[in-house]
Write a protein that binds this ligand. Structure first.
Ligand code: HEM
Length: 393
């Protein structure tokens, strides 16, 4: 009998053998103690993403019991909505988040990346997470929102506190709830200012967005801004560090990518597939029904194990091999269907620019694995610290 507990620290070290066993022996797994189902095969995870009629987002998207706010639907914004309301509000917020708006950020992202990397180069060593990967995504969102530099450290502090989990505590600590309140209040203030004096930023674009006479309410806008902070930061931070980590672990691939920067986008996609920063998304069963011979009950949580689907041998040949030449188009790292990650293009852009500049400036980076620290979370996979050094140039 397989035992799968996503809170287990040992499981966080290397979840892949457990995923493999689940795919083989219990692809539709039920954990009676914690009362959740888990899908581990690609076909079921994909099906779960698409079938919102049976698997809803409205019950939250994680297994955690605690809530960040009394009104969790505000802070989860479109992530906690089902169609048709989801699709309407998503269409409206997308107006502030267009491919053009994202692509235009490239020079700013590059300037930020260079600034942080140059500081690390000057020091000769550093923590890739604290000095670079943990800072860049928050700065990029701040640029989009027009948050002044003087406020950014405070915002980053709140965001970190919101996401921090105490060992052994299966919920959001009181500090997280307090920080969440402060962040919401900050956006209330930003919104009031933008309504008075519109600028060229995302918040102003959201105020102006309109489809068929429908506009976004203050609550919709504040919730969406908050979601961007939560959805866009930690995931991208972890992607940047995971990419550097796995490249260092594969010297032949590293040589090839270092010599040919055209392989940077495939390296990013393979990192997303091989070790995604988002390991799972939760859904709730909408009604009692039979799923492949399993009696699912209304309200039960279902975990869609993205990390496992991405290693499913039915879809990816030799799935445990890190291979920048494989077809990664079926990976589920940004989800699928109606909730497909709205920030995927931004995450890919941030990763490409950051990794291009990193390979240019610190091509000989060496990771001090003994001092690397993994985060422990039920759904986020990556490093809290990734110390590295660089040779003399
Ligand atoms: C490597 C980086 C990222 C990963 C792995 C990732 C992953 C995901 C996944 C799996 C979903 C689907 C959630 C579901 O089905 O319930 C999602 C949704 C979302 N993501 Fe991302 N994300 C990343 C970066 C970003 C960034 C940079 C932003 C924005 C700044 C962002 C904004 C969003 C939003 C707004 C949604 C909700 C979409 C909806 O409900 O319609 N993400 N993301």
């Amino acid at each position: 009998m397989i035992h799968f507990d996503p809170f287990d620290y040992e499981f966080h070290e290397d979840p892949y053998p457990t995923y493999r066993a689940l795919r083989e022996e219990a692809p539709i797994y039920f954990n009676a103690e914690l009362g959740f189902w888990a899908f581990s095969r690609h076909a079921d995870v994909l099906g779960g993403f698409k079938d919102w009629q049976h698997f809803t987002n409205t019950g939250g998207i994680s297994l955690e019991v605690g809530e960040l706010s009394a009104d969790s639907t505000v802070v989860l914004s479109i992530l906690a909505m089902d169609p048709p309301r989801h699709d309407r509000i998503r269409a409206l917020v997308s107006k502030g988040f267009t491919p053009r708006r994202v692509a235009d950020l490239e020079p700013q992202i590059r300037a930020l990346a260079v600034r942080y990397l140059e500081r690390m180069v000057a020091a000769g060593s550093g923590d890739y997470v604290a000095d670079f990967a943990g800072r860049l995504p928050m700065d990029v969102i701040s640029e989009m929102l027009g948050v002044p530099e003087s406020d950014r450290d405070e915002l980053r502090g709140w965001s970190d506190t919101i996401l921090h989990r105490e060992e052994g505590v299966r919920g959001v600590p009181p500090e997280g709830v307090a920080a969440s309140g402060k962040l919401l209040q900050y956006f209330v203030k930003v919104l009031a200012e933008r309504r008075k004096r519109p600028g060229d930023d995302l918040a102003s674009a959201l105020c102006a967005a309109e489809i068929d006479g429908e506009k976004l309410s203050d609550k919709d806008i504040i919730g969406f801004l908050y979601l961007l902070i939560i959805a866009g930061n930690e995931t991208t931070t972890k992607l940047l560090a995971n990419a550097m980590y796995w490249l260092a672990k594969h010297p032949a691939v590293r040589k090839e990518v270092s010599e040919n920067h055209a392989l940077i986008p495939p390296w990013i996609e393979e990192t997303l597939r091989f070790d995604n920063s988002t390991q799972l998304m939760a859904r709730s069963v909408t009604e009692d029904f039979d799923y492949q011979g399993h009696a699912m009950k209304r309200g039960q949580k279902v975990l869609l194990l993205i990390g496992s689907a991405n290693r499913d041998e039915r879809v990816f040949p030799d799935p445990d091999r890190f291979d920048v030449h494989r077809d990664t188009s079926a990976h589920l790292s940004f989800g699928r269907g109606t909730h497909f990650c709205l920030g995927a293009a931004l995450a890919r852009l941030e990763a490409r620019v950051s990794l291009e500049e990193a390979l240019r400036r610190i091509p000989d980076y060496e990771i001090d694995e003994a001092r690397a620290v993994r985060v422990h979370s039920t759904n986020v996979r990556g490093f809290a610290a990734l110390p590295m050094s660089f040779g003399a140039r």
